[in-house]
Design a protein around this ligand. Structure first.
Ligand code: NAD
Length: 471
């Protein structure tokens, strides 16, 4: 059997693994990335990127359909789903091959295969794709586990790739389903449900908790709920879907909630109730790596309990976000290269690409108060912002959480279309320890959406210009 000797082996080529490979190459390490599927992992191939392509297309379609409000008259707009899917696949394909090129350009090797630890420093790789049938052994002083996570299943709704699908299936529909039932109204359910509602599906959400998007600020969520209702989406909270059956040409799901049990017709059922770590079948036990409830515990240098074995990304725990994985990847590469790096960040921003988007960085008021901090809030509604009105998109607000005494910015929470881009300023401000006055005193170009962040910071200081300040 062929044996490869490298400084570092990275298992998985998602936004964690491929970034680790690139950075290891840059740092002069002989590195190898092993991936059983495509470069870019879930995020690039069947997650973040394809969903944003479809979400953007659905937004465009909705805007055209409602263009008459602005005097833009387009008769009979329709969706050509086959064309939309092939455009989306093109975007994904370009990015995935770009990842392979970047790895190569940085001197990092690639193998298509499934890796399994035999012992610390020793891994067997069974080839997949172009390398199918070939098994090799890799000896590596450093091993980085970046294997990600996969959708969780619930009883009564096994994925069948036809009626009952996960996010991968829902992003590959070849026709817009007439009726879509979405179980779980978290990140994935709300993003995909909203996009199909815009393309014409009748969407019903079944959420087990009393609220959708329970991790987000309640006042931000309220704005999204209002818009969801305008788009004709039905939201069943405190709901329990117990099973489904085929009836004629469609499925019927049984759902119980406070208002009793209902049968809901569906052409497709999307189950999006969270994602579980991919930590099985990796030989972790053989190598002595500790696993807790499926996740691999790591320290701030991304080290597991076994010397020379590291883990990054979704497989180490929440938040399961691509940008967190990529940052951990850069840390682990530097640690392997002997640099004094560690995971040391003030904030990990999050964005839910609903309509409007919800983006957060830092503490909420409730979290700050739990830590015994006294806070002052500054809130600025988009209705008072010229650019938002000109965009015909003025639902939402920016809220800044400021520590009352020091005036330090602790958190910024935004609900607005464009929030996903706006949050970068918030993350930078908090990371750099900005005071409310730093944001308020920075000239923001006019007319732009980021002015809302400046105005919210001014509002926290009682100095907002375009809204009445609280006395
Ligand atoms: P999630 O945790 O965001 O939401 C799952 C939802 O399902 C929750 O509201 C939960 O209460 C509900 N639920 C759980 N069991 C249920 C049941 N039996 N019946 C009804 N509802 C039930 O998980 P997700 O939407 O599957 O997404 C997984 C992860 O992927 C997220 O945690 C997120 O970190 C990541 N993600 C991020 C983005 C982004 O950054 N924009 C987009 C998609 C996914």
């Amino acid at each position: 059997m062929e044996t490869l000797r490298v400084d570092a082996l990275v298992i998985g080529a998602g936004p964690g693994g491929y970034v680790a490979g690139i950075r290891l190459g840059q740092l002069g390490k002989k590195a190898l990335v092993v991936e059983r599927d495509k470069a870019g992992g879930v995020c690039l191939n069947v997650g973040c990127i394809p969903s944003k392509a479809l979400i953007n297309a659905a937004k465009l379609y909705e805007k055209i359909a409602h263009g008459a409000d602005l005097g833009i008259l387009a008769d009979n707009p329709r969706v050509d789903m086959a064309k939309l899917q092939s455009w989306k696949d093109g975007v994904v394909g370009k990015l995935s091959s770009g990842v392979r090129q970047l790895l190569k350009a940085n001197g990092c090797d690639w193998r298509s295969g499934s890796a399994r630890l035999l012992a610390p420093g020793k891994v067997e790789v069974q080839g997949t794709g172009p390398d199918a049938g070939k098994t090799i052994q890799v000896e590596a002083a450093h091993i980085v586990i970046a294997t990600g996570a996969r959708p969780m299943q619930i009883p009564g709704f096994a994925f069948d790739g036809n009626r009952v699908v996960d996010s991968t299936g829902a992003l590959a529909f070849t026709a817009v389903p007439q009726r879509l039932v979405v179980i779980g109204a978290g990140y994935i359910g709300m993003e995909i449900g909203t996009l199909y509602a815009k393309l014409g599906s009748r969407v019903t959400f079944v959420e087990a908790l009393p609220t959708i998007l329970s991790g987000s600020e309640p006042d931000c969520v309220q704005v999204v709920v209002r818009k969801a209702k305008q788009l004709g989406m039905e939201i069943i909270v405190n709901g329990r879907a117990s099973g489904w059956k085929e009836m004629g040409d469609h499925a019927v799901a049984t759902v119980a909630s406070a208002s009793g049990e209902r049968q809901i017709d569906a052409d497709k059922i999307l189950v999006a109730v969270g994602r579980q770590p991919n930590s099985e079948d990796l030989g972790l036990q053989a190598a002595g790596v500790r696993v807790e409830r499926g996740f691999i515990p790591v320290d701030r240098k991304m080290r597991t309990n076994v010397a020379g074995i590291y883990a990054i990304g979704d497989v180490v725990g929440q938040p399961q976000l691509a940008h967190k994985a990529s940052h951990e990847a850069e840390v682990v590469a530097e640690v392997i290269a002997g640099r004094a790096a560690e995971m040391d960040v003030e904030v990990i921003p999050s964005v839910v690409f609903t309509d409007p988007e919800i983006a957060s960085a830092g503490l909420t008021a409730a979290e700050a108060e739990q830590r015994g901090l006294q806070v002052t809030l500054g809130k600025f509604p988009l209705l008072a912002l010229g650019r938002a009105l000109a965009n015909h998109d003025s639902d939402g607000f920016v809220k800044v959480v400021v520590e009352t005494e020091s005036r330090r910015v602790l958190g910024i929470h935004i609900v607005a279309n464009g929030a996903g881009d706006l949050i970068a300023e918030a993350a930078l401000a908090i990371e750099m320890g900005a005071l409310a006055g730093d944001i308020a005193g920075t000239i923001h170009a006019h007319p732009t959406l980021p002015e809302a962040i400046m105005e919210a910071a001014k509002a926290a200081l009682g100095q907002a210009i375009h809204i009445q300040n609280r006395r």
